[in-house]
Design a protein around this ligand. Structure first.
Ligand code: SF4
Length: 877
């Protein structure tokens, strides 16, 4: 492959924004993929998700043609249909009757055209997206504190910091490459300290020198208490405060009244006084401190105020925008920041200009040559779907996201979409919970086939480049939007031929009327060679004829408020609502090897082995009180909905709190979509949902039997609990559990097995043993098999895969009871080398006492390294 050129692109998953380089052949087959050694975000490292990208490029789940009312149509017909429907809706009900719901996985250019079409030409501002669910509280905090939505620090600060505080983030799983950067710096400099604040003892917390198991939702008390502590111990940076910060007098007063002393803070946060004092002492004494924070802080009814409380502590000590110090908000999605740069939020215009600023409106309307620019902010995500539900919004265009799974109170979202007169969905995948309710489906190009730019958590703009030929009729999102704009009568303003033209327009606008008043300025990139553009951090200036990025902001004391001073903001705790007495608090979050609603990572066998079933983690005391045992199914229920999850009883969970992953949709499990149980409570300033603040009751489920189905096709399952995941050779495994007894196995399972009518069926049952097995083949080829046991353990499904390739397989050996003796290795911990939990535990029992020795013996942890924190946890346990 030495003769093939490398194509440099960017990972489509988390906001770390790792550079990737790939080689593909002329037929569009991917030959090689690895971390880009020259990308500043990762210097060649990738996590298990990035490494498994080749497994997610299969086309069999793709949406490949436009569809209107369930029928495949031409692009001409689909685009005309959308344009005419939008014209009719706006004509009849006005611009506020239309909404766009976008995605942090869109490229900046897609976002730009969507925002321009809606705010510049449709004339409404109902433009929001799934970034609302992960970033908006940080945006409010940044705007309030710095006068602009800017992240002051950069990743290099992680290499330099003496103290890293991780608040509300399982960084080891959600931003693994950044976490490796922290752990590697600690290895090189043993005196450095890691503090982790999280209700769960996560893989990140296992690595901490000081772990604070904080009560869910109580973070703001801890940070108010820290500001008070810094105040009474005279830790302020007097010069910095005097010259560069405007202090709201109430900020210090409120901090001291809500968190008077460490005893009060300990009581309110569920921590020990000793731990609170240790944390405060470390923070006060360490100048080079970085605070990483993520969804545990932001997804809260106090999200914006907690972000401000963190920023206050850094501003008060002058630890901002200097090497090795500052707050760093970790972005959940690859391009949430790019979306904000172009104004894809309902209160923004473009290039960090504000919709409620008449001067900004003038600049943008002139630049876009529009006389119908929106004049007032639109609806935020949760409000937008509520407006769909009550009929105010009559046409909704959803692009590249799956709100039926990711938004809170998902049953209400389902009802809203079901009654909406026009739901348009642009997506890569044919079958999602959301596409099931669409009137129009538009096939978009996925990662690998599309080109554009993205911005990561440290303001670094990188190119995503196409390296595969487009499949089917799929088109870039910007092209689809521009075509609709042209058909709505705005041809001159949407006449883009290439994606680079859009980037240049966006870059040019960022410099107009700016003069240093707005943080976001990339005008110096308007003239660069777009195809060859290198990763660069905004703001960008022209220096000696070359564009130069800026790693840090705020260290020089220059902020973006009218007086150029930062703000120490007065904040106070919000109110949480427990909708059930005696209920348990439900925390939701990410798994290491899954992403969003699994539409891409769910296709990867390697990634599916880490957590193949939807689990519920709970403390042993809560398990005992609720009659729940390890491994049993549990009904998790409140007034909004219910889910059935597999119990994992663990002391890593706080008593009174539960954890469930947020990834599972109806496509991957019958009853595990967790947002059905989360109320639509939001932060009052940011509108970000409090996705970690549901309250639920638990009911143990009697499991009458268990089993699995291996099949080459997707099937519709009813009458059983199920979840599915990808295996090798295009086989799907459905894990099954009987919440009702079955009396006639053959008859009652027949509906699960879709055949062509030409199959040969082979059955084996042993009523006394409570065992039923069935296989079916066509022309000698095994098409599927079903294994059910009432009591006995099941064989390891992976051991049966060889039967799917072997033309000579014998039914007796497939269905024989001997298969039951094959030992299962449990879930896979090391995705790169396929090392199971069982194999690791065996090696640990036989004397391996370090990650290094396990790596030597089993190769575990020697690939991308994402599993190292988990292996370390197993060694400690
Ligand atoms: Fe992709 Fe992993 Fe890097 Fe995130 S940390 S950008 S998921 S490779």
């Amino acid at each position: 492959m030495a003769d093939r050129p490398w194509v440099r692109t960017t990972c489509p998953y988390c906001g770390t924004g790792c550079g990737i380089r790939v080689q593909a052949d002329k037929q569009g087959r991917l030959l090689a993929l690895e971390g880009d050694p020259d990308h500043p975000a990762n210097s060649g490292r990738l996590c298990s998700k990035g490494m498994a990208l080749p497994e997610t490029l299969a086309v069999d789940q793709r949406l490949l043609n436009p569809e209107v009312a369930g029928k495949v149509v031409s692009w001409e017909r689909a685009l005309d249909h959308v344009a005419q429907a939008l014209i009719r809706t706006v004509g009849q009900y006005g611009p506020d009757s239309v909404g766009f719901y976008l995605s942090g996985q869109l490229l900046t250019e897609d976002y730009y055209v969507a925002n321009k079409l809606m705010k510049g030409f449709i004339g409404g501002a109902n433009v929001d997206g799934n970034s609302r669910l992960c970033m908006s509280s940080a945006v409010v905090g940044h705007q309030r504190g710095f006068g602009a939505d800017l992240v002051p620090g950069c990743y290099e600060d992680l290499d330099l910091a003496q103290l890293v505080v991780v608040a509300g983030s399982n960084t080891a799983w959600c931003h693994p490459v950044l976490f490796r950067r922290v752990t590697e710096a600690r290895k090189r400099h043993p005196g450095r300290t890691l503090v982790v604040i999280d209700p769960r003892k996560t893989a990140t917390a296992m690595e901490a020198d000081l772990y604070l198991p904080i009560k869910g939702g109580s973070d703001i008390w801890l940070w108010l208490g820290l500001l008070h502590h810094l105040f009474i111990t005279l830790r302020e940076d007097k010069n910095f405060l005097r010259q560069h910060v405007l202090i709201d007098e109430n900020s210090l007063e409120l901090a001291s009244s809500y968190a008077q002393n460490t005893t009060a803070v300990a009581r309110l946060t569920g921590l020990t006084v000793r731990d609170v004092e240790r944390f405060y002492g470390l923070f006060a004494a360490t100048e080079q401190t970085v605070t990483l924070f993520s969804q545990g802080i932001k997804q809260s009814v106090s999200g914006s105020d907690t972000v401000s409380a963190i920023l206050n502590c850094h501003l008060y000590t002058g630890r901002i925008g200097k090497p090795g110090m500052g707050p760093l908000s970790l972005t959940g999605q690859p391009n949430a920041m790019g979306g904000r740069e172009v104004g894809a939020m309902p209160n923004l215009l473009a290039a960090h200009m504000m919709l409620d600023d008449p001067g900004h409106r003038k600049i943008v309307s002139r630049f876009w040559n529009s006389n119908r620019l929106a004049t007032k902010p639109g609806l935020k995500a949760v409000e937008l779907f509520q407006a769909v539900g009550d009929g105010r919004v009559k046409a909704l265009w959803i692009m590249g996201t799956n709100p039926l799974v990711s938004l809170p109170d998902s049953q209400s979202v389902r009802r809203a979409l079901a009654r909406c007169p026009l739901v348009i969905v642009s997506d890569v995948v044919r079958h999602t919970d959301t596409t099931a309710l669409a009137h129009v489906l538009l096939p978009a190009r996925p990662w690998g086939e599309k080109s554009g730019s993205v911005t990561n958590s440290e303001r670094c703009i990188s190119r995503q480049r196409a390296f595969l030929p487009p499949v089917g009729q799929a088109k870039p999102d910007w092209w689809i939007l521009a075509q609709v704009g042209q058909r709505m009568g705005f041809g001159a303003e949407f006449n883009y031929k290439r994606v680079g033209e859009i980037f240049r327009e966006h870059a040019t606008l960022s410099g107009i009327g700016n003069g240093g008043s707005r943080a976001f300025d990339i005008a110096a990139l308007a003239g660069v060679d777009y195809d060859g553009m290198q990763p660069i951090q905004w703001p960008v200036r022209q220096e000696q004829g070359l564009p130069r990025g800026r790693a840090r902001l705020g260290g020089d004391g220059r902020f973006f408020t009218p007086d150029r001073k930062a703000r120490l903001v007065a904040v106070q705790p919000g109110k949480t609502t427990n909708i059930l007495p005696d209920a348990l608090r439900l925390n939701s979050g990410r798994l290491r090897d899954q992403w969003h609603t699994m539409t891409r990572t769910g296709l990867s066998p390697a990634l599916s082995r880490h957590e193949p079933e939807p689990i519920l983690e709970l403390h042993p005391d809560d398990a005992r009180c609720n009659g729940v045992e390890e491994g049993m199914l549990v009904r998790v229920v409140n007034t909004l909905g219910e889910a059935i999850l597999r119990a994992r009883v663990t002391t890593t969970q706080r008593q009174g709190e539960l954890f469930a992953p947020m990834h599972w949709s109806r496509q991957f499990s019958g009853q595990a979509a967790i947002n059905a149980l989360v109320p639509a409570s939001t932060d009052p300033a940011s509108g970000q949902p409090a996705s970690k603040g549901g309250y639920v009751m638990l009911l143990p489920v009697t499991q009458h039997w268990h089993g699995f189905l291996l099949t080459r096709q997707r099937v519709e399952l009813t009458g059983s609990w199920w979840c599915r995941h990808a295996m090798e050779q295009g086989i799907w495994q459905y894990r099954l559990a009987g919440t009702f007894p079955l009396s006639n196995w053959k008859e009652e399972t027949a509906a699960w097995i879709r055949g062509s009518g030409k199959e040969e069926w082979i059955d084996y049952s042993d009523v006394a043993q409570g065992r039923y097995r069935r296989a079916w083949r066509q022309e000698g080829r095994l098409m599927g098999c079903l294994f059910i046991e009432q009591q006995a353990p099941l064989p390891a499904a992976a051991q049966l895969l060889s039967f799917f390739t072997d033309q000579e397989w014998a039914a007796a050996s497939l269905l024989s009871g001997r298969m039951a003796k094959i030992a299962a290795g449990g879930r896979t911990i090391c995705a790169c080398h396929g090392v199971s939990e069982g194999a690791l535990r065996t090696a640990i029992r036989s004397g391996d006492t370090s990650v290094e020795s396990l790596g030597k013996r089993l190769l575990a942890g020697t690939g991308c390294g994402s599993c190292i924190p988990e292996i370390q946890g197993m060694l400690i346990a």
